[in-house]
Design a protein around this ligand. Structure first.
Ligand code: PLP
Length: 356
């Protein structure tokens, strides 16, 4: 009998572990996955009922992706020939890694970087060079430039999950220009930050900018991400990799309606940015935590030796945040998503009571 190669493969896969999801707690205040609760439930209801009216799921969504790409192009003011879509931006990142990288392709990124991306590199045995954040949770652009000579793919989530850090626009542009491999800039949280590199794709053929409707539009459950890249990459991706019907009819129709009416998204982003400042300032006041600046819809803070206690005490009160633990020299990192004013106040009150 032949050696059971597939059992070995199954064991190899199981040993990787995979992306760790937060613990599901019924009726909790969910501040653990960077979702957007500020955008109204009505926005979502209108999208879903509008999409339902346009859908006939007995049919494959022939021409649907093309219409969605047109609508996204109008929304971001980029030609549709430079846009592709995916089942969440996760799937876009996965398809790029699976098809462009090998076990010899070196990926340059930060440590920490987006967890799913890191896990996918492990899955495909793609070697990673991960440059650490400094003590004040910043990255050193000179260090990236130095290391870029040894790398084939540069991946940066900008802003970074979980730190909230983003390079200055000038620094990131310089870094991208100096890199001659493939550059993936993941802007899942781009709307909450100061800038996007989407327009740079027009002059930088090795750049792929990935965005999503999960965060700013509050549509994480719709699973709709997209990218902006040069025409040849986009054509290869759409015709060969992402083919023939990658998105459901309902996702396509709801996605079109969402990007046609972005005002509610923009309003929610403004509220979240203000609330982010309130959370940062309030947490800083306690002098117990080290709180880091953020350009995203979450805030990272180091609760030092008491992070387990803080996490558990919040969890027991039905408030779920993300426990990260050690990041660099910071022992007890926790990440909290910015929710509605009421959610944030409940979180801050619980913290106040804990520190009494
Ligand atoms: C940096 C980053 N990129 C991509 C994603 C995935 O988003 P999507 O819901 O579009 O798959 C996330 C989700 O948390 C993220 O943090």
């Amino acid at each position: 009998m032949k050696t059971n190669w597939y059992e070995k493969k199954i064991n190899d896969l199981l040993s990787i572990g995979g992306y760790e999801k937060p613990e599901l707690q019924q009726d909790s205040l969910k501040l653990d996955s960077n979702e957007n609760y500020v955008i109204s439930k009505q926005f979502q209801n209108d999208l879903i009922s509008g999409a339902k009216k346009k859908s006939d799921v007995r049919e494959y969504p022939l021409g649907g992706v093309e219409r969605l790409i047109q609508a996204i192009g109008k929304f971001i003011k980029i030609p549709s020939s430079m846009i592709g879509v995916g089942n969440g931006s996760d799937q876009i990142l996965d398809l790029i890694l699976a098809n462009f990288a090998t076990t010899k392709t070196k990926v340059l990124t930060s440590n920490p970087t987006f967890g799913f991306f890191e896990e996918r590199c492990k899955l495909y045995s793609i070697p990673m060079i991960a440059l650490p954040f400094s003590n004040d949770m910043k990255l050193n652009v000179a260090e990236f430039k130095k290391q870029s000579k040894n790398a084939d793919i540069l991946y940066l989530d900008s802003p970074n999950n979980p730190t909230g850090f983003q390079f200055s626009k000038a620094d990131l542009q310089k870094l991208v220009k100096s890199f001659d491999g493939l550059v993936i800039i993941d802007e899942a949280y781009g709307e909450f930050s100061k800038y996007s590199l989407a327009n740079m794709v027009k002059t930088q053929p090795n750049l792929i900018v990935v965005q999503t409707l999960s965060k700013s539009f509050g549509l994480a459950g719709l699973r709709l991400g997209y990218f902006i890249a040069n025409k040849q990459f986009t054509e290869a991706f759409t015709k060969v990799l992402q083919y023939p019907y990658p998105l459901s009819t309902l996702t396509i129709e709801a996605g079109i309606l969402a990007v046609e009416k972005p005002q509610q998204m923009k309003d929610s982003v403004e509220i979240i940015k203000k609330e982010r400042q309130r959370i940062i300032e309030t947490l800083q006041k306690y002098n117990t935590f080290e709180v880091f600046d953020s350009e995203a819809n979450f805030v990272l803070f180091d609760a030092h030796g008491s992070y387990q206690r803080v996490f558990t005490a919040l969890f027991e009160q039905g408030i779920s945040i993300r426990k990260l633990g050690k990041i660099g020299n910071h022992e007890g990192c926790l990440r909290v998503t910015i929710g509605t004013k009421e959610m944030n106040s409940r979180f801050l009150l619980a913290i106040r009571d804990l520190l009494r």
